[in-house]
Design a protein around this ligand. Structure first.
Ligand SMILES: Cc1ncc(C[n+]2csc(CCOP(=O)(O)OP(=O)(O)O)c2C)c(N)n1
Ligand code: SF4
Length: 486
């Protein structure tokens, strides 16, 4: 492989240094991409990888791959990679560039991604003049999903969603994205290139390189649209598809530079950093005693995962914890994660209670796991933090579930709930056991939270009994040293 940094460029037929040596996606296809023969994505990848090599920016490049045929770009580019939801690349690129101004952020999008579901994102990112580079691969069709009409599909083209051929008054005319963005003030560089023949490809290489180089120079929003063949969905041989780009698409859209303000552009000014979170109430002139709750006495950082079958009240248990934490004056978050079915599918939620502001509602490394069934225990036990407390809904720890570095306690919550005549309150039995084991919250905020969340008085009363039973069962089974400080 070429040492691109040493030579300053990667020769045409060599694998660029910005590509991985082998592609790990499939064990039997480590030397080739997943793209169809004659697909433009492969060519654009190579041009982009060469630009990265030539500019010596591999270590600080972040490539954003979209949803579309190029979703797997991260298997090929040996750079920082983020794969984003459909159409959201400009929003994510904005966030990365603003939080890591030294990085080179490249959004890579297809026409369905950028010009249909993601239209708003690209227009506003361009209008803000975000200092990122966008490579827009326009093949005039939804490739990945099998050939639906895209905003850039040529008039008359038959697609699965325009079976009679795209009609100006039925589906609208193809959108000229470069021209649309060129109506905005902020972009610095807008160019349309094609892959219709070698000459066009050479031009495309220059355009892509310029768009990346502008970012290296800190100049602002740079956009390159690449007219690109999709032989498979166009139902053409690769050569014919290339001819279509050259003779048809280039005529419809036009090839060339629409804007180059780089000679006059000043480096984009650094953004004013946002104030620290703790100063926000002052900046916004709002009262930060938002819920009139007492300031919590305990320094707490609880990262709780509650998991079980759908129907076991897993999400509700998390909600009670979060509401009670709020009541007690903590910062809280609650993030549900649903299984494929509501009942009997798996479900879990992430709950955080903290003395300090919470950065993310996701719980990666729980220090509390409430496992309402065996599959949840098996799934989540290996990922809990050393020293975590784990409560398992059962009478015995299932075989093979030991972790000597955590406190694993059994709570027969379902059995107790059955004895109370209401299987639904097993989650509250578990909550009672947690309160007894950890003393993380007083009973008053729990009671207040249950009051708010449980509408029927009968169930509220039952919940209070279940809570007491959970406490009692843990008291009986554990010695005093089970009190666990978090
Ligand atoms: C939110 C959402 N909506 C729809 C889809 C289905 N989907 C996957 S790829 C795609 C279109 C991709 O077309 P394009 O952006 O032109 O890329 P290409 O595959 O042609 O490279 C769609 C609609 C999805 N994955 N997510
Ligand atoms: S379907 Fe089209 S865009 Fe997708 S990989 Fe194949 S040729 Fe490329």
């Amino acid at each position: 492989m070429v040492d691109a940094k040493a030579v300053g460029y990667s020769p045409t037929h060599e694998r660029p240094g910005a590509f991985y040596d082998t592609f790990e996606r499939k064990s039997d296809l480590q030397q080739q991409t997943h793209y169809c023969p004659g697909c433009g994505h492969g060519i654009v990848h190579k041009l982009l990888a060469r630009a990265i090599d030539e500019l010596g920016i591999q270590d600080r490049t972040v490539l954003i791959s979209p949803v579309g045929c190029s979703v797997f770009a991260y298997y090929y580019f040996d750079v920082g990679n983020v794969q984003v939801a459909h159409g959201r690349a400009p929003a994510v690129a904005t966030a990365i560039k603003r939080s890591r101004p030294g990085s080179i952020v490249i959004g890579y999008q297809g026409d369905g991604d950028l010009a249909a579901i993601g239209t708003a994102e690209i227009v506003h990112a361009a209008n803000r003049g975000e200092g990122v580079t966008v490579i827009f691969v326009n093949n005039g069709i939804y490739g990945m999903t099998g050939g639906q009409m895209a905003p850039t599909t040529p008039l008359g083209k038959k697609t699965t969603t325009s079976p009679l051929g795209r009609d100006m008054f039925n589906e609208g005319a193809p959108i000229h994205v470069c021209e649309m963005l060129n109506s905005l003030d902020a972009p610095v560089f807008i160019e349309r290139v094609g892959l219709g023949n070698n000459q066009q490809i050479m031009q495309a290489a220059k355009g892509i390189r310029r768009a990346v180089e502008n970012q290296v120079k800190g100049l602002g929003f740079s956009f390159v649209e690449v007219l690109s063949p999709c032989p498979t969905i166009w139902k053409m041989q690769p050569v014919e598809a290339q001819r279509f780009v050259r003779d048809e698409m280039a005529g419809i859209f036009g090839i060339g530079n629409l804007r180059d303000q780089t000679p006059d552009a000043l480096a984009r000014p650094e953004l004013i950093p946002p104030p620290p979170l703790a100063d926000l109430p002052g900046v916004l002139d709002i009262d930060d005693g938002i819920h009139d709750a007492p300031h919590p006495a305990q320094q707490l950082d609880l990262r709780i995962k509650v998991a079980g079958f759908g129907g076991q009240g897993v999400l509700m248990l998390g909600e009670v914890l979060a509401e009670a934490g709020l009541e007690a004056g903590y910062e809280v978050s609650w993030l549900p994660s649903y299984g494929p079915e509501m009942r009997s599918g798996t479900s879990n939620c992430h709950v955080r209670l903290s003395h300090d502001p919470i950065d993310s509602p996701l719980v990666y490394l729980p220090n509390v796991l409430l496992a309402m069934n065996e599959p949840s225990l098996r799934k989540f036990l290996p990922g809990v933090e050393e020293g975590a407390i784990v409560l398992y809904n059962g009478s015995e720890v299932p075989p093979g579930c030991a972790r000597p570095d955590v406190r694993l306690l059994t709570v027969p919550a379902t059995r107790i709930a059955d004895e109370l005549g209401a299987a639904k309150v097993a989650n509250i039995v578990m909550l009672g056991a947690l309160l007894e084991a950890t003393a993380i919250l007083e009973e008053a905020p729990i009671r207040a939270a249950l009051h708010r969340l449980v509408k029927s008085q009968r169930y509220f009363d039952l919940d209070m009994v279940a809570l007491g039973c959970g406490r009692e069962v843990l008291r009986q089974s554990q010695s005093d040293d089970s009190l666990w400080a978090v």
